[in-house]
Design a protein around this ligand. Structure first.
Ligand SMILES: *[C@@H]1O[C@H](CO)[C@@H](O)[C@H](O)[C@H]1NC(C)=O
Ligand SMILES: *[C@@H]1O[C@H](CO)[C@@H](O)[C@H](O)[C@H]1NC(C)=O
Length: 458
C-alpha cells in the first residue's frame, strides 16, 4: 500500500516510456512464470531507468525512517482491520519481563505459551523503548488460533555461548506455527561480535564451526514478517526453512561488511515466498536461496555491502539440489562482491531452473552477473568431478551499472552439464574505473536480445 501510493505518479510517467522495453512479450520464460506467479506483464515497471534520478528515494523505501512511517501509520491500521476484534492482547511485561539487562527468557516463554493457547486469536506485545535480553527460545506451534507478535522494542541476544549448547544453530526459533504475523518496527539484535571473533574466517587458527541463526521460521505456513530491523546476527539473520506461503516485507537488515557468514535472508526448502522492499547490508549474501525452494520472488531489494543475491550454494558434498521459479525483480546492489549469482559445487546433481533476474542496477559490484559451477568454499581445494547441478532457463533482463572487476559477466559452467537456455536482454555493464569490462564464458548455451555489453566472445 505504501508502495502504490508513493509510486503512482512515477508509474504513470513511466508507462509512457514502456515502449523502450517493447520486446517484453518475446521473453521466452514469460509463460512459465505467469503460471507460477500470476505475473502480469502489464504491471511491468521499467524501474531501472529511474535509479539515479530524483525519484530514487520513493521507490522501495531504503531509508529506515520510511519503514517507520509505514509501521506507525499503515501497519497498525492493517492490524486492526485483520485481527479478530476479541483478540487477547498479551504483554511480555505482564509475565515478568523486566528489560533490565538480565535474562527475560522465562517471561517470553510464558507469554508465548499463553498467547499460543488462546482460542480467540492473540496479540503478543513486546513494548517499545525497552531492551529485552533473551537466551535461545523455541516459539513452538501449532497455536490454537492466529497470532500476531508485535515487537516494538528491542530484543537482544545473550552472548554467553554456553546458553546455546542445547540449541545448536538457533537463537529465536519459530517452529510449526500457522497464520503468524511478526510486525512492529522493533529491533532484533543478535549481538554477534563474540561469535564473529570465533569464526574460522576471521581467525584462521580456529576450527570452522557454525554460529546460531538469529531468527528461524521452521515449518511455518501463512507467515508474514514485516517492518522489523535485524542487526548483528551471530551468523545468518533470518532463515525460512520448510515454510509455505510467506511474505517478508519492509525489513532492514544490517551487520558490518566484514562480519562472517551473516547472510541477510536465507530461504531453504520453502515454497511461495515473497520478499519485498528490504534493505540488506551485511557481511555475506544479501539473500540466499537454496535447495528445495520454489516460487520465490524478491522485489525491490537494496543490497550492499555483502555478497549479493545468490541462488546456492547448491550440490555441496555430492548432494542433490532443486531450485526453480525464482524471480528477482528491481534490485539495487552497491559495492557487493557479487551481483546476481548462481553457485554450485562440483559433484552435485539436480537443477536450478526457471530463474529471472530483471531490472537490476549494479554499482561497483565485483562480479555483477555470475554463474559459478566450480564454487568451492572450503579450506582444501575442491577436486574435479563430472556431475553437476544443471542450470537452465535463466533470464537476465534490463541489468545495468558498473563492475568493480574486469570480468563483468562470468558463466563458468560444467563441462558435462553445460548451462542451457541462458538468455540475456538489455545488459549494460561498464567498468567502474578506466579498465575494460569483459565477459568470461565457458560451457554455456546463450542467446541475446537487445544490446548486451560485454558480450561473450565465443
Ligand atoms: C502458492 O501460491 C499460489 C498462488 O497464491 C497458490 O495457488 C498455491 O496453492 C500456493 N502453494 C501452496 C503449496 O500453498
Ligand atoms: C569499488 O570497489 C572496489 C573494490 O571493492 C573498492 O576498492 C573501491 O574503493 C570502490 N570504488 C568506489 C568508487 O566506491
Amino acid at each position: 500500500m505504501f508502495l502504490k501510493s508513493h509510486c503512482r505518479p512515477l508509474l504513470i510517467t513511466l508507462i509512457s516510456l514502456s515502449s523502450c522495453f517493447g520486446s517484453y512479450t518475446e521473453d521466452p520464460f514469460h509463460n512459465d512464470f505467469r503460471q507460477g506467479h500470476g505475473y502480469r506483464p502489464t504491471t511491468y515497471h521499467p524501474y531501472f531507468r529511474t535509479f539515479g534520478v530524483s525519484n530514487q528515494g520513493n521507490y522501495h523505501n531504503p531509508n529506515p525512517a520510511n519503514l517507520f512511517n509505514y509501521n506507525n501509520e499503515i501497519r497498525p491500521r492493517l492490524a486492526r482491520a485483520r485481527a479478530p476484534v476479541s483478540s487477547k492482547v498479551v504483554n511480555v511485561d505482564d509475565f515478568g519481563a523486566k528489560a533490565n539487562g538480565r535474562d527475560d527468557s522465562q517471561a517470553f516463554k510464558k507469554a508465548w505459551k499463553y498467547a499460543c493457547s488462546s482460542s480467540q486469536g492473540a496479540v503478543l506485545v513486546v513494548p517499545r523503548n525497552k531492551i529485552y535480553r533473551l537466551k535461545p527460545i523455541d516459539f513452538s506451534g501449532p497455536c490454537k488460533s492466529a497470532l500476531v507478535l508485535k515487537i516494538y522494542g528491542t530484543i537482544k541476544a545473550s552472548t554467553d555461548h554456553s546458553d546455546y549448547q542445547k540449541h545448536g544453530r538457533r537463537w529465536l526459533y519459530f517452529n510449526n506455527v500457522q497464520n503468524l504475523r511478526v510486525v512492529g518496527g522493533g529491533i532484533i539484535n543478535g549481538n554477534g561480535r563474540t561469535w564473529w571473533e570465533k569464526s574460522c574466517k576471521i581467525n584462521k587458527a580456529l576450527p570452522c564451526k557454525d554460529a546460531p541463526t538469529a531468527v528461524t521460521f521452521y515449518e511455518c505456513t501463512d507467515l508474514k514478517v514485516a517492518g522489523l530491523r535485524f542487526k548483528n546476527a551471530q551468523q545468518m539473520h533470518l532463515t525460512f526453512q520448510k515454510c509455505v506461503n510467506v511474505k517478508a516485507f519492509n525489513l532492514f537488515v544490517t551487520a558490518p561488511g566484514n562480519s562472517p557468514n551473516t547472510d541477510g535472508i536465507h530461504v531453504t526448502e520453502t515454497q511461495n515466498i515473497s520478499i519485498k522492499n528490504c534493505v540488506i547490508r551485511t557481511g555475506d549474501d544479501c539473500i540466499s536461496i537454496v535447495s528445495g525452494s520454489k516460487h520465490v520472488r524478491a522485489t525491490g531489494i537494496t543490497c550492499g555491502p555483502g555478497h549479493g543475491i545468490s541462488i546456492g550454494s547448491l550440490g555441496a558434498g555430492n548432494s542433490a539440489a532443486y531450485v526453480s521459479d525464482v524471480i528477482v525483480n528491481k534490485a539495487k546492489l552497491s559495492g557487493t562482491t557479487n551481483g546476481v549469482r548462481i553457485k554450485t559445487w562440483q559433484g552435485g546433481s539436480g537443477y536450478a531452473k526457471n530463474i529471472k533476474f530483471q531490472n537490476i542496477v549494479m554499482n561497483n559490484v565485483s562480479n555483477p552477473i555470475i554463474i559459478d559451477q566450480n564454487y568451492c568454499d572450503q579450506r582444501k581445494p575442491c577436486s574435479k568431478q563430472d556431475s553437476a547441478v544443471q542450470v537452465s532457463n535463466v533470464l537476465y533482463q534490463n541489468i545495468r551499472g558498473t563492475s568493480a572487476s574486469n570480468v563483468a559477466l562470468k558463466f563458468d559452467c560444467s563441462q558435462t552439464f553445460p548451462c542451457r537456455g541462458i538468455f540475456l536482454q538489455n545488459v549494460a555493464l561498464t567498468p567502474q574505473e578506466e579498465d575494460i569490462a569483459e565477459a568470461s564464458c565457458s560451457n554455456v548455451r546463450l542467446s541475446y536480445q537487445g544490446k548486451v555489453t560485454p558480450p561473450c566472445s565465443t
